[in-house]
Ligand binder design. Structure first.
Ligand SMILES: [Fe+2]
Length: 302
């Protein structure tokens, strides 16, 4: 199981110590939200970089504010997505317990809305501290030893959530033989629906770029398996969509937190999964960013 935050039941929500008074008083109807759920709609986030200190900034950005803004965007969607996927680097820098505590607080309103949240790990996360901070999640064993992987099945696609965290606060990522073997077997036994693979690190055949060390092995595995239609990742803090000669779409998610170059978009991506493809729309935190609202209409390879 990946790091999965199940939706709060109303009772659980009210018990949580980090419930804000504003939400307790909001009178929000959980059941109304369920009625407006779109099973083919997904919110894709990456690189939240939440610190323990709510006031901390990096590159002039308050990351907690950015995540709170994204949560507000999700709250006002006309239809709630089937789930929220966060592609790693949840924590600020070294995956401290306090980082995950604040992240839990910031995500609380989404869980109150019964939005399933699936978090994967990046190079600024710490697997053990995350598990401890979200203690009850350790009930879900991962099918790969020392990694957090999962298949998330939905109406039109299967998501394969991978774990490329090799060493906390060390830039490159690594999947490893065990995880690749698991992925091959999992893809082979789930061929009836399109597959989307999500991992934190970007694919790169050059180790010096700080990407996925075993990129070639991963590409060799997914290219011939025609059910794999898209590969989603973060890490570079860049929004970009490219299509491989094999027809696989490579979707680089923007950061929720800070960008590395001024003017680049920070935000999230709405994914509407269709029968033969997926339409992505970039939602920027700064709605005046020229890229805000950009759409990528992707067709699945045959
Ligand atoms: Fe990052």
């Amino acid at each position: 199981m990946p790091i999965y935050l199940p939706p709060f039941s109303r009772r659980q929500f009210l018990r949580r110590t980090f419930v804000s008074a504003a939400f307790l008083c909001s009178g929000f109807s959980v059941f109304a939200a369920l009625a407006r759920r779109d099973p083919n709609s997904w919110a894709l986030l990456a690189d939240t970089h939440i610190p323990a200190d709510r006031a901390q900034k990096a590159r002039g950005i308050n990351m907690a504010d950015h995540l709170a803004i994204v949560c507000n965007h999700l709250a006002v969607l006309p239809k709630q997505p089937a789930g929220v996927l966060i592609a790693g680097d949840c924590a600020y820098n070294t995956g401290e317990s306090g980082d995950y505590r604040l992240m839990g607080e910031l995500l609380g309103p989404l869980r109150k809305r019964r939005l399933p949240l699936h978090l994967i790990l990046g190079n600024h996360d710490n697997r053990e501290r995350f598990r401890q901070a979200m203690g009850y999640l350790s009930d879900f064993p991962s099918p790969v030893v020392d990694k957090q992987v999962a298949i998330l099945r939905s109406a039109r696609v299967n998501w394969f959530l991978l774990d490329s965290l090799e060493s906390t606060n060390s830039t490159p990522g690594h999947l490893g033989e065990g995880q690749l073997d698991w992925l091959a077997g999992a893809l082979d036994s789930n061929q009836s629906k399109p597959a989307i693979v999500m991992v934190h690190h970007h694919p790169s055949l050059q180790v010096s770029t700080g990407g996925l060390k075993d990129t070639q092995a991963l590409l060799d595995l997914i290219r011939p398996r025609k059910q794999v239609k898209a590969f989603v990742f973060g890490h570079t803090h860049l929004w970009k969509v490219q299509t491989d000669p094999s027809g696989i779409h490579f979707i680089n998610l923007p950061p929720v937190g800070y960008v590395f170059r001024e003017g680049m978009p920070a935000g999230w991506v709405h994914a509407a999964v269709e029968r033969d493809g997926m339409t992505l729309q970039l939602r920027c935190i700064d709605s005046t960013n020229p890229a805000h609202g950009e759409v990528a209409a992707l067709k699945w390879r045959s």
